[in-house]
Design a protein around this ligand. Structure first.
Ligand code: IFM
Length: 472
């Protein structure tokens, strides 16, 4: 399977999950730094205080990127560390980026540039400055001005070193985990109206950030990432499970890209008849077509189940059943979903409203296995055949979509390193590279060698195949 010439082979990371940012640790600058201090929030009781110490060790880690022959790398900016609470200062000039942190990101991006690596940078990857979180975070429309301001400062400070911008990472995953499941800060549960308000503010924030970056560089490539998740009814013979599937699919997968496509936020009937929901819906200024490429994160599919005990909740719930093999977090391995979304589900968004084609980049895809955070020596987890099968099966699905004419330009594996997996903590390990947290030793897993060879050859050797998309 040979990929188009110039195909981007990369790995993705995010600041909070890898950096162990000293300033963040010392001052608890973000909502997430505070959240990890609260008992019971993180399932293995770990924090991201040290994580992979990427802040100090990035130069060595970029040698691994080189060793794996990667030509693309994704980072995110630490908004809380870059732009601190300026409210006590009457001086507008206080709203500038912290020079020391600017220097760190310029060194990081500059080192990538020197290695000839295409850079992806995200502005919001789930962590909010504490002072904004305290005043309602994304629920409060005041955050939109702040985000626009931050985007403009980042475009000015880093614009010459960023090839692909991502404004907001996985807006729906964020709204779901923070306002429906309650697993992420601010920990609200089943607060649908809050979640919808957050989505509206994120659409406004995305549009304003898009134009702020374009004002600095008209040629910039800008998008947001969608965590795309196909939904299926838990019971194929139960029409009510189809109802739950329909609402979950529309809201999780289509609400945001459809709004960016049309410039209008629309909720499905009968939700749209609720006056509180209707007040959130509607036109968003400057939003239409604020997307230069489609950035898609894909991991798994989900089975949906109607809740008879609470029939008014049209979204039902996530079923814990699985029909296929799962990763250690219970996520089904479903590579056909990647093929389907590339060749069918995202079709309405693969062109802008003037009919111009948008290229696609898979900005995340990866496999997690659980190993305790305290582990150090030994050969645990190095022989990661299930990760290799997952990788090859998804590359095959992507290759088939490309052969069918879909313009996929790149693939970023999540993640280069094991890292802090939000409410799952340090034990859920996605890395091509194993990190022993107590010693910070890095060791390449077998998957890293396989992926490195693929990146080098820009193709997958048939001999590499062990188990591919045959399981469904
Ligand atoms: O670790 C996360 C990442 O921050 C966003 N996308 C999904 C990954 C795996 O859960």
């Amino acid at each position: 399977m040979t990929f188009p010439r110039g195909f981007l082979w990369g790995a993705a990371t995010s600041h909070f999950q890898v950096e162990g940012h000293p300033k963040e640790i010392a001052h608890r600058l973000s909502d997430w730094a505070r959240w990890t201090e609260e008992a019971g929030r993180i399932s293995d009781n770990t924090t991201a205080d040290q994580a992979c110490q990427f802040y100090e060790r990035f130069e060595q880690d970029l040698l691994l990127v080189k060793e794996l022959n990667l030509n693309a790398f994704r980072i995110s900016f630490n908004w809380p560390a870059l732009l601190q609470d300026w409210r006590n200062s009457s001086d507008e000039k206080a709203r500038v980026l912290d020079p020391k942190q600017v220097e760190y990101y310029r060194r990081l991006l500059g080192a990538l540039r020197e290695q000839g690596i295409t850079t992806f940078a995200t502005l919001f990857h789930f962590t909010l400055p504490e002072f904004l979180a305290e005043s309602g975070g994304w629920e409060n429309s005041a955050v939109v001005d702040e985000f626009e301001h931050f985007a403009r400062l980042c475009a000015e400070a880093f614009g010459d070193l960023v090839d692909y911008w991502i404004t907001i990472n996985e807006p729906l995953a964020y709204a779901y985990q923070s306002f429906i499941s309650g697993l992420w800060p601010p920990g609200k549960k089943a607060e649908y109206l809050s979640a919808f308000r957050v989505i509206r503010n994120m659409l406004e924030g995305h549009a304003r950030a898009y134009h702020a970056i374009k004002a600095v560089n008209q040629e910039a490539m800008i998008s947001y990432t969608m965590h795309w998740r196909p939904f299926f009814p838990q019971n194929k013979f139960n029409p009510f499970d189809y109802i739950a599937r329909h609402f979950r699919d529309y809201v999780f997968n289509h609400l945001f890209p459809e709004a960016v496509q049309t410039g209008v936020l629309r909720f499905p009937f009968p939700l749209s008849t609720n006056p509180f929901v209707a007040a959130i819906a509607g036109r968003v200024d400057g939003l239409k077509d604020t997307c230069d490429y489609l950035a898609i994160n894909y991991y798994t599919r989900e089975l949906s189940k109607f809740r008879f005990e609470w029939p008014l909740d049209l979204f039902g719930e996530r079923s814990d059943k699985a029909e296929f093999a799962t990763n250690d977090m219970g996520w089904e391995v479903f590579p056909n979903g990647l093929f389907d979304l590339l060749t069918r589900d995202t079709m309405p968004y693969q062109k802008d409203s003037k009919g111009r084609k948008r290229p696609i980049v898979i900005t995340e895809n990866g496999y997690a296995a659980t190993f305790a955070a305290e582990l150090t020596e030994g050969d645990w987890s190095l022989s990661d055949h299930t990760r290799i099968s997952y990788l090859l099966a998804h590359l095959e699905a992507m290759h088939q979509a490309i052969s069918a004419g879909v313009d996929v330009r790149g693939y970023l594996y999540w993640s280069l390193l094991d890292n802090f997996e939000w409410s799952e903590g340090l034990r859920a390990r996605f890395g091509l590279v194993r990190v022993s947290y107590p010693t910070q030793e890095r060791l390449l897993r077998e998957s890293a060698s396989v992926y490195g060879r693929i990146a080098k050859n820009n193709s997958v050797e048939i001999g590499n195949f062990m188990s591919v998309r045959g399981n469904d």
